[in-house]
Write a protein that binds this ligand. Structure first.
Ligand code: PHE
Ligand code: ZN
Length: 873
């Protein structure tokens, strides 16, 4: 073993230090002799020095490996074990490196490298896990073909690519596509498959399989359909075909992330692939469909074209998230998907961008790359691509993408390569646009309007607050989608993309015989002298850029847009902004819930012409964390308890206002007949669930208890249970739920999380603490840990309760988890990232907890980096 000394100063890696590896890796042959505590890995790797190889010594990454022997061209050699790997003298011509190492998969609770989950062997190599399997140049720009032999007594033994042979106790695989080591995968265990097949557009038959533990066979059908839809969609929309004869998906219970795009052998957290109507909610189904698509789409955007180094992570992740969002929009509802994504962006990425962990989509330094699988890299990375597409237009976008696949297939690329294809395809200079990749922080765009002599003017001023290491920001290119409405509610100018590129910039609009148009643009003749009134602007339609819009406007204008805007996103946004204003007034001034807003909501909920999914979204209140953020931005210190109280008062008042219509609405939105997880049904059930939660505040839980008793699907069972628990009336149902589902891990995660999510602020930490003592709680299963600790951090008023008990409990559990699973610990530390929003007592409490974590002896590099960043900003 050659683990780094526990207190060695953490090393920082920099983008500017990039150097190519000095050797080509011609081929890799691996032999695994599986054994839970002593797996032997033999590697045979052909290296050829590049022309400019500097010396005759090479370095291979390796961690937690016991080196048994090493040979070059058949002759034993002595390798020097150094920090993070080994060094060895090598010939100046092509040579065969062979090494034998021993590893301990059963002891691997970090779930990185080769590990065991419920008796099954599996791997996770992204980003730098392959070095825990054998010595190797573990970097994404080193690509090679892999041949793998697995020896063991597991009934099913899988690796990447195509099977080339199998017999009693062994199986062999060959992957013809050169790939970086992070895409390597191996799975062995007692598994059963749900088979399927797909014929590509050029007529190739592909065998598909979803591999699961016996007992889970019944939860694969939906995932299989999602996979086929994804394969078809990528052919239809991007012209991209699958490139092997076989595509395997494996479900694993213990997994740090959602899923992994290993070539031909995707490995999934079981929560992201297993689905059945009885055990999964509509939200689960939608998420599973999206993640299956995401991993499948990586085959081109990630695998065929990968990243040169890990600083370029958003090259594959931003693009693949963008593609999976397009897919979901096509499969379901485009506006609903957009609204959901913006809610998630504001909930997860904006706080990151506005706090101590802020970093650009392409970071320039890191200590532990696992800490950069963030909302900024993924979701903001996808937003940047959405902006690019808006700026160049759809046709140019697909032209550039075709060029990208043509030019870079088989390569490990950079953001520069990516932008260059857009420049070459469109002739556009993207140097200023590129700032989106290098500057952190969410731009604020202040909008003012002016109306005189028939000319309407919008003026935009952009600025971005300082972020760690970036005190000053240059103005960026912002595509601002704007439409104009007439005071009677008609659309007076359809959506235009205004390109903002300066710090301050104005756009003028003129009235024509056919409505409004941009000044100096081709178009119908201008009306001169005729009286016309100021239009109502609809700005940042479709959320055309990830910015914070600042505009002084009135609640009546917001209500007007909520009723009339032709852009569904902005209609929702108007309602959301109104809801926030009402909450803020309640918190700051003790105001009563605004009557006009309640009326507008009532009108909308009762309007059966409107899409139920949209109505459900408008009825979903802004999160309490969002209100805290809004108050903070306006210079107030948020009081979590007051925000909670305002939310309760508002919802109670809304329920009372709707009292007479609730039973009718409930009945009208109840979906009868067998459960189908489609978008229409899901929209209706979402609205039905919102109505049930309001009704439960008034009817003593009668209707919810009835729904709970009769539900034949998890969406309705869960909605009923949640409504009851929120009203403190669900004790019997919670017990029954446990009895019914205690053997189903994924459903049990819901049971753990829901109790904490529904707890009152003063009871949240105690509820969570009790659940950590439950026999089914486990530090070793990331899903279970997240169910409990994630729910604690997600209960805003409970986590931030003045007692500090929430902070304390989370810190204790993070300290305990760190030695078991550093990656998940570090990721969950981010729950503290908003700490500077709050009052000085809370800040002091959080600071003390962060310092306590940092003082833990033997703290992982992952957690050390996250906590230090949060403390030093
Ligand atoms: N690359 C995976 C994805 O985006 C995420 C992942 C990262 C999984 C690191 C495991 C480890 O789909
Ligand atoms: Zn991904």
């Amino acid at each position: 073993m050659n683990d780094a000394a526990p207190n060695a100063a953490p090393q920082t890696f920099y983008l500017k230090d990039y150097k190519p590896f000095g050797y080509e890796v011609e081929s890799v042959k691996l032999t695994f002799q599986l054994s839970p505590n002593a797996t032997k890995v033999h590697s045979a790797i052909r290296f050829t020095p590049k022309a400019d190889a500097e010396d005759n010594r090479f370095f291979l990454h390796g961690e937690q490996l016991s080196l048994i022997s090493a040979k070059i061209d058949g002759t034993p050699v002595t390798a020097r074990l150094v920090d993070g790997g080994l060094e060895c003298d090598v010939p100046r011509t092509s040579f065969l490196w062979e090494a034998e190492v021993e590893i301990d998969p059963a002891a691997n609770t970090a779930l990185e490298g080769l590990y065991m989950s419920n008796g099954m062997y599996c791997t996770q190599c992204e980003a730098e896990g392959f070095r825990k399997i054998t010595y190797y140049p573990d970097r994404p720009d080193v690509m090679s073909t892999f041949t793998v032999r697995i020896e063991g007594d597991e009934p099913v033994m899988l690796s990447n690519g195509n099977p080339t042979g199998a017999g009693e106790g062994w199986a062999e695989w060959h992957d013809p596509w050169p790939k970086p080591a992070y895409l390597f995968a191996l799975v062995a265990g007692d598994l059963v498959n749900h088979p399927g097949s797909f014929t590509t557009k050029s007529g190739k038959d592909v065998e598909l399989n979803i591999w699961v533990r016996p007992g889970d066979e019944g939860k694969c059908a939906f995932g299989m359909e999602a996979l086929k839809k994804s394969m078809k969609w990528d052919e239809d929309v991007y012209g991209l075909e699958y490139d092997l004869d076989l595509f395997n998906i494996v479900a694993v219970d213990d997994f740090n992330m959602g899923a992994m795009e290993n070539k031909g052998l995707n490995i999934f957290n079981s929560s992201c692939v297993l689905a059945s109507p009885e055990t999964s909610t509509d939200a689960n189904f939608e998420r599973i469909e999206a993640i299956i698509a995401h991993e499948y789409f990586h085959n081109w955007t990630g695998n065929r074209i990968t990243c040169r180094d890990w600083f370029q992570l958003c090259l594959k992740e931003g693009l693949t998230v963008f593609r999976d969002a397009q897919f979901t929009a096509d499969m379901r509802s485009e506006p609903v998907k957009r609204i959901e994504d913006v809610i998630a962006l504001r909930a997860r990425q904006f706080p990151e961008d506005g706090g101590p962990l802020a970093h650009p989509p392409r970071p320039e330094e890191f200590q532990e790359i696992n800490n950069f699988y963030t909302a900024t890299v993924y979701e903001k990375g996808a937003e940047v691509i959405g902006m690019l597409k808006r700026l160049v237009g759809d046709d140019n976008y697909y032209k550039a993408l075709n060029l990208y696949f043509e030019r870079h297939d088989g390569q490990a690329c950079t953001i520069e390569d990516w932008l260059k294809v857009f420049e070459d395809a469109t002739g556009r200079d993207l140097s200023q646009f590129k700032l989106w990749y290098s500057q952190a922080g969410t731009p604020r765009v202040k909008v003012t309007e002016d109306y005189a002599d028939g000319t309407y003017t919008l003026t935009f001023e952009q600025s971005t607050p300082p972020t760690p290491g970036q005190p000053e920001k240059a103005p960026r290119v912002i595509p601002m989608a704007v439409g104009l409405l007439s005071p009677n509610g008609d659309e007076a100018m359809s959506t235009k993309i205004l390109e903002i590129s300066q710090e301050k910039q104005s756009f003028e609009f003129q009235c024509t015989v056919e409505g409004w148009r941009l000044k100096d643009c081709e178009g119908p003749e201008r009306i001169s002298g005729a009286p016309h009134s100021k239009p109502v602007p609809s700005i940042l339609r479709e959320f055309s850029a990830p910015v914070i819009l600042e505009r002084e406007t009135t609640n009546s204008e917001r209500a007007f847009l909520l009723a009339h805007d032709t852009d569904p996103f902005n209609r929702w946004e108007a309602g959301n902004a109104l809801a926030k204003e009402v909450r803020v007034a309640m918190v700051l001034d003790g105001a009563a819930p605004d009557a006009a807003y309640l009326d507008a909501l009532e009108k909308l909920v009762r309007d059966d012409e409107q899409d139920p999914a949209f109505r459900a979204l408008v009825l979903s209140p802004p999160s309490q964390s969002d209100i805290a953020q809004t108050l903070h931005e306006r210079g107030h210190t948020p009081d979590p308890q007051k925000i909670y109280d305002a939310a309760e008062t508002f919802t109670q008042t809304l329920a009372q206002q709707l009292e007479t219509s609730l039973p009718r609405l409930y009945a009208a939105t109840t979906v009868e007949g067998p459960y189908v997880p489609d978008a229409d049904g899901a929209g209706k059930r979402a609205l039905n669930g919102r109505i049930l939660s309001l009704l439960t505040r008034l009817d003593g839980g009668e209707q919810a208890a009835r729904q709970y008793a009769s539900a034949d699907n998890m969406t309705q069972q869960y909605a009923a249970l949640a409504a009851l628990m929120k009203a403190e009336k669900g004790e019997a149902q919670s017990k029954a739920f446990f009895e019914q589902w205690q053997d189903d891990r994924l459903v049990m995660d819901k049971w753990f999380a829901l109790q904490i999510a529904c707890a009152a602020p003063e009871a949240t930490a105690a509820t969570a603490k009790e659940l950590t003592q439950h026999p089914l709680f486990s530090m070793k299963n990331p899903n279970r840990f997240r169910a409990v600790m994630g729910a604690l951090a997600g209960n805003h008023a409970g986590f931030h309760h003045a007692s500090g008990a929430g902070y304390q409990l989370l810190a204790e559990n993070l300290i305990a988890l760190d030695s078991v699973n550093p990656q998940t610990t570090a990721r969950m530390c981010a729950a503290f990232q908003t700490w500077k929003r709050y009052d000085s007592e809370r800040q002091a409490q959080i600071q003390a907890e962060l310092e306590r974590i940092l003082a833990t002896s033997g703290l992982s590099r992952d957690t050390h980096e996250m906590v230090s960043r949060m403390l030093s900003a």
